[in-house]
Ligand binder design. Structure first.
Ligand SMILES: C[S@@+](CC[C@H](N)C(=O)[O-])C[C@H]1O[C@@H](n2cnc3c(N)ncnc32)[C@H](O)[C@@H]1O
Length: 300
C-alpha cells in the first residue's frame, strides 16, 4: 500500500541521515515539492495524503541517488540564483549562496556609480561557469553588456542554455578563453567580477563528496596555495579595465591577507573586504592606483 507524505518524509530523511547527508528532512521535502509540483509548505497541510506509485518510485530513485551523495541540485537540475533560474549539471559549479553577495554588490555598485551613464557599461565575468553572476548582474541593471568567459566548453554550453532561459542572449556574450588569452587586447571593462577556483589542490580530497565528486575539478582547483587565479586576475585585469574600473572577487576562508598582498604587489588599492552570511570575509574590491571610483563601504 502506498505511503503517506509524512511517512515518506520520515523514512527517507532517516535513510539520508544514515548516509551522512546534512539537513535530510529539508532535502526530502524539496524533492517532494518538485515531484508533487506543490510549494513545500503545502506539504504540511497534506501529511496524510498518499503518494501514488509513480510518485513513490520517483522519490525513492532520488533518495537513493542523494544517499550516494549526489547533490540535490543535480537531481532537480536547477537552482535559483538571486531569484533567477539557473540550470546545473556536473559540467558546472553549482552556484553557492555566498556568490549572490558578489552579484548584488556588483549591481548595486553599477547602479550607484553609473546611473547617469549613456553608453552601455562593459562588464567582464571571469570564469562564468553556469553564467549565474553574469545573469544576475544583467537582470538587475539596465544599461549593461556582459562578456562572460570560461575555459570549459561544457560550462559555456550550460551558460548558453541559461542565457536562453533568462532571455539574455543579446546582453551577455560568451567567450571560450583560458584566462584573458582570447580577449581582444583593446577590450576595456568598467567592472571585472570573478568567483575563481580557490581551493588549494591538496585540500580537494578532504572536501564533502557532493563537492569533490560532483563539482568540476577545474572549477575548484586554485593551485598549490589556492591563489593562482588571484595572481592571474591581479596582473591581467589591469590592462582590461577602464581607468576607473573596479575588480571584485570572491575568495575562500582565510585567504584575504594573501590576496591583499598579491593585489598590492600589482599596484592595486584594496578598497573594501565584505563578509558573507556567516560573517566571514568573502569578497574583495580593488581599484587601480590611479582610479578614483567610489566603492560601497558596507555589506549589501
Ligand atoms: C568557482 S567556478 C565559478 C563559476 C560561477 N562564476 C559561479 O560563481 O558559480 C570557476 C570557473 O572558472 C573556470 N575556469 C577555471 N580555470 C579557468 C581558466 N584558466 N580560464 C578561464 N576560466 C577558468 C571554471 O571552468 C569555472 O567555471
Amino acid at each position: 500500500m502506498e505511503v503517506t507524505i509524512l511517512e515518506a518524509i520520515r523514512k527517507s530523511a532517516e535513510f539520508l541521515e544514515g548516509k551522512g547527508v546534512e539537513t535530510p528532512r529539508l532535502q526530502v521535502e524539496m524533492m517532494l515539492e518538485r515531484i508533487l509540483k506543490q510549494p513545500r509548505l503545502q506539504l504540511y497541510l497534506q501529511f496524510e495524503t498518499r503518494l501514488t506509485e509513480i510518485q513513490e518510485n520517483d522519490l525513492r530513485t532520488w533518495v537513493i541517488r542523494r544517499g550516494k551523495r549526489e547533490p540535490l541540485q543535480h537531481l532537480l537540475g536547477d537552482v535559483s540564483f538571486c531569484g533567477h533560474p539557473i540550470q546545473v549539471n556536473p559540467g558546472v559549479l553549482i552556484p553557492r549562496p555566498e556568490s549572490e553577495i558578489l552579484a548584488e554588490t556588483a549591481w548595486n555598485y553599477l547602479i550607484r556609480e553609473f546611473q547617469e551613464s549613456f553608453d552601455p557599461l562593459q562588464i567582464l565575468d571571469f570564469g562564468t561557469g553556469s553564467g549565474c553572476l553574469a545573469i544576475a548582474i544583467a537582470q538587475n541593471t539596465g544599461n549593461v553588456q556582459v562578456t562572460a568567459l570560461d575555459a570549459s566548453k561544457k560550462a559555456l554550453k550550460t551558460a548558453e542554455q541559461n542565457l536562453i532561459l533568462n532571455d539574455l542572449t543579446d546582453r551577455i556574450k560568451l567567450i571560450e578563453s583560458h584566462a584573458f588569452d582570447s580577449l581582444n587586447g583593446n577590450s576595456r571593462f568598467d567592472l571585472i567580477v570573478s568567483n575563481p577556483p580557490y581551493i588549494p589542490s591538496h585540500e580537494i580530497p578532504n572536501l564533502e563528496p557532493e563537492v569533490r565528486l560532483h563539482d568540476p575539478i577545474s572549477a575548484l582547483d586554485g593551485g598549490s596555495d589556492g591563489l593562482d587565479f588571484y595572481r592571474i586576475l591581479a596582473s591581467g585585469s589591469t590592462k582590461h579595465l577602464t581607468e576607473e574600473g573596479i575588480l571584485m572577487m570572491e575568495f575562500g576562508d582565510g585567504q584575504e591577507l594573501d590576496i591583499v598582498e598579491i593585489l598590492q604587489s600589482e599596484n592595486w588599492i584594496v578598497d573594501n573586504i565584505l563578509n558573507d552570511y556567516t560573517d566571514r570575509p568573502r569578497i574583495i574590491i580593488a581599484k587601480r592606483m590611479c582610479g578614483s571610483a567610489m566603492i560601497p563601504d558596507s555589506n549589501p
